[in-house]
Every structure is written in C-alpha cells, then in structure tokens.
Design a protein around this ligand. Structure first.
Ligand code: PRP
Length: 186
C-alpha cells in the first residue's frame, strides 16, 4: 500500500476530506443505491452547480438502470416560512410516479431542498430521497430535511472543493478543504 501524495493549494488551511476518501465514499453510496433501487429505475436530479463533480463520481458506481437530470434553483423563505423556490432551470423529465434522488454537494439550512421536495410532492413523485456529499447538521433550519445517503458530516466550517465554491472559485479542487480565513475576510 503506497501513501497517497496530497498536494494542498494556497487557498486552504487544511484538507478535511481527501480525494481518495471522496472516491471511496462514492463507491459505497453508489453500491447502496444500486441495491436499494434495483428494478425501480431512479431519476437522479443534480442541483446545479455544486453537485456536478459528486454526481459524476457517484453514478460510476450505480449499476442499476437510472436516469439523470439537472435543475438550477434559488430558494428563500417567505413570511410564513413555508419557503418559495425560484426555478432558474427545470428538469426535462416527467416526475409523476418516479423514484427521485436529489443529489447535492452540501445540505446546510435545508431550505433549498425543503422547497424542492414540496414541489416534487405536488408533481406526484413516487418517492423522494436526498443524497449529499456533505451534511452540515449544525446549520439546519428545516429539521425535516434528512439525507438518506450522506458522504460526510462536517462541522460548521467554510469548506471548498469538489463542487463547493467561494465566490464561484475553488469548485475544481479534487478534495474538500477548509478555506483560509484571510480569503473570506478580505
Ligand atoms: C448550495 C448547495 C445547495 C444549497 C444548500 O447551492 O449546492 O444547493 O446551497 O444550502 P441550504 O441547505 O442552506 O439551502 P448554491 O445556492 O450556493 O449554488 P451552487 O450549487 O451553484 O453553489
């Protein structure tokens, strides 16, 4: 067994999750989804833009029939805290009767997914689950949002990489790292 050589970029103070750990976790979750969705032909929906690297790595290990689509949304809470979702790009697929798995890079407050899940219930999805690379449970406002498939639980730190950005930068890092404070305090 060789020791993985990890190169760290200047923007991060430390690496929280290595590329190897991410790849292994994607295999694990992909295998679980394969077993649990055999014969169900799930529709995986990636939420743009952060989910793209995770989505691409995950589906390599899903061996049952599946469909994929993408959605881009902005969400915010209205005065009654029910949440409103602004769809920038909707999916092309018909949802009715389908088994949906939302794929996210991170779930934090849960507001985004809460809004979308409500929408997909109205669209009569047969089932809806969440698959996220990162979960930050400390930030959760919508406690009902509970990912069934979760790569890593992390503390309330500012993380970047593998899809996660700061001001649209650093999504291309192959690992997840803690952003240096001097960058976001500038
Ligand atoms: C991020 C992330 C989730 C959402 C999670 O998206 O990809 O969609 O925020 O946050 P929440 O649980 O607090 O709602 P963002 O709007 O930053 O867009 P991006 O994917 O383009 O980075």
């Amino acid at each position: 067994m060789g020791i993985e050589k990890i190169e760290m970029d200047d923007c991060v103070s430390s690496i929280l999750i290595t590329h190897e750990e991410i790849v292994n976790k994607c295999k694990e979750i992909g295998t679980q989804i394969t077993e649990e969705y055999k014969g169900k032909r799930p529709l995986l929906i990636g939420l743009l833009r952060g989910s793209v690297p995770f989505f691409a790595e995950l589906i390599k290990s899903i061996k049952c029939d599946m469909e994929m689509d993408f959605m881009d949304v902005c969400s915010y809470a209205d005065t009654h805290s029910t949440g409103v979702v602004n769809i920038i790009k909707d999916i092309k697929s018909d949802v009715s009767g389908k088994h949906i798995i939302f794929v996210e890079d991170i779930v934090d407050t849960g507001i985004t997914l809460d809004c979308i899940i409500n929408l997909f219930k109205k669209r009569k999805a047969a089932s809806i689950e969440i698959c996220t690379l990162i979960d930050k449970p400390e930030g959760r406002v919508r406690k009902n949002v509970q990912p069934k498939y979760c790569g890593f639980l992390i503390p309330n730190k500012f993380v970047v990489g593998f899809g996660l950005d700061y001001n649209q930068l650093y999504r291309n890092l192959p690992y997840i790292g803690i952003l240096k404070e001097e960058i976001y305090r500038k």
